[in-house]
Design a protein around this ligand. Structure first.
Ligand SMILES: NC(=O)c1ccc[n+]([C@@H]2O[C@H](COP(=O)([O-])OP(=O)(O)OC[C@H]3O[C@@H](n4cnc5c(N)ncnc54)[C@H](OP(=O)(O)O)[C@@H]3O)[C@@H](O)[C@H]2O)c1
Length: 231
């Protein structure tokens, strides 16, 4: 496994749940960290905790359904990292309500694709060229193992499209030390996963770091299941 000390890392959706765990783990590996949530208040405790422990960490806020917010997020990340982002952890996502099959609205599809697919793809499009030019980068896009649940169709379709983005980018990354992969965290008791989920959010580690710590020859387009490493 590689050394990521002093690498610049952005974790979206770091205020709670899975992103919070991933952010702490990257800080403990020595990354210079940028944490995102909708409001700065959302990551304040995390920021205070990591700073008190001596980590270099900054917070940015953006509603991912807002084009203006996402543009500002990109500008702030570029400024903070001196346009040198090394690790992008596209973790933030929203899930539409569980509802009868055939009933999701167009708006539910729109917002799911906007937050869960278009914005992660946009962040990849923005930061991949710099990573390729420097010949180093790690991107993890958080997907889901959701399967055969038409009641959550906008969510599952948005994750399927994100997986397609990752897989179709493989030829672009071939031969470089820029790796882009997918994480299935498992079904965890977060706000999104709900109280009935079988696993504790802490069980996303150490698996969630595996796609960040890959050696160059391990390649892109792979789906890592965090729960494979939890037990
Ligand atoms: N939990 C599970 O069982 C499970 C299973 C499969 C996949 N996943 C995936 O794992 C990732 C993390 O999920 P989680 O369970 O940790 O979710 P969570 O606890 O609900 O946290 C979601 C995070 O995303 C941010 N976020 C949500 N909607 C946003 C928006 N419109 N704009 C900006 N930020 C937004 C939230 O920020 P605020 O705090 O500011 O709202 C929060 O930091 C997601 O990609 C999810 O699809 C989770």
């Amino acid at each position: 496994m590689i050394d990521i000390e002093n690498r610049w890392a952005l974790v979206t959706g770091a205020s709670r749940g899975i992103g919070l765990r991933i952010a702490k783990a990257l800080a403990n590996k020595g990354c210079k960290l940028i944490v995102h949530s909708r409001e700065l208040q959302g990551t304040k405790n995390l920021l205070d905790e990591l700073k008190a422990a001596g980590h270099e960490v900054y917070a940015v806020a953006a509603e991912l359904d807002s084009i203006a917010d996402v543009q500002r997020l990109i500008s702030e990340v570029r400024a903070l990292s001196n346009d040198h982002l090394d690790i992008l952890y596209n973790n933030a996502a929203m899930m539409t309500k569980y509802q009868p099959t055939f009933e999701p609205t167009e708006e539910e599809y729109r917002i799911s694709f906007r937050v869960n697919t278009i914005v992660p793809a946009k962040l990849c499009d923005v930061f991949l060229p710099g990573m390729i030019a420097r010949n180093w980068g790690r991107i993890v896009n958080v997907s889901s193992g959701i399967n055969n649940q038409p009641q959550l169709m906008p969510y599952s379709c948005s994750k399927a499209a994100l997986e397609r983005y990752v897989r179709d980018m493989i030829p672009t990354l071939q031969g470089t030390d820029v790796l882009m992969n997918l994480l299935d965290p498992g079904w965890l008791r977060t706000d999104l996963g709900g109280p009935e989920a079988p696993d504790d959010p802490d069980s996303v580690l150490p698996g969630a770091l595996v796609p960040v710590l890959l050696e160059k020859d391990q390649g892109s387009g792979l789906l890592f299941c965090a729960q494979d490493y939890a037990r």
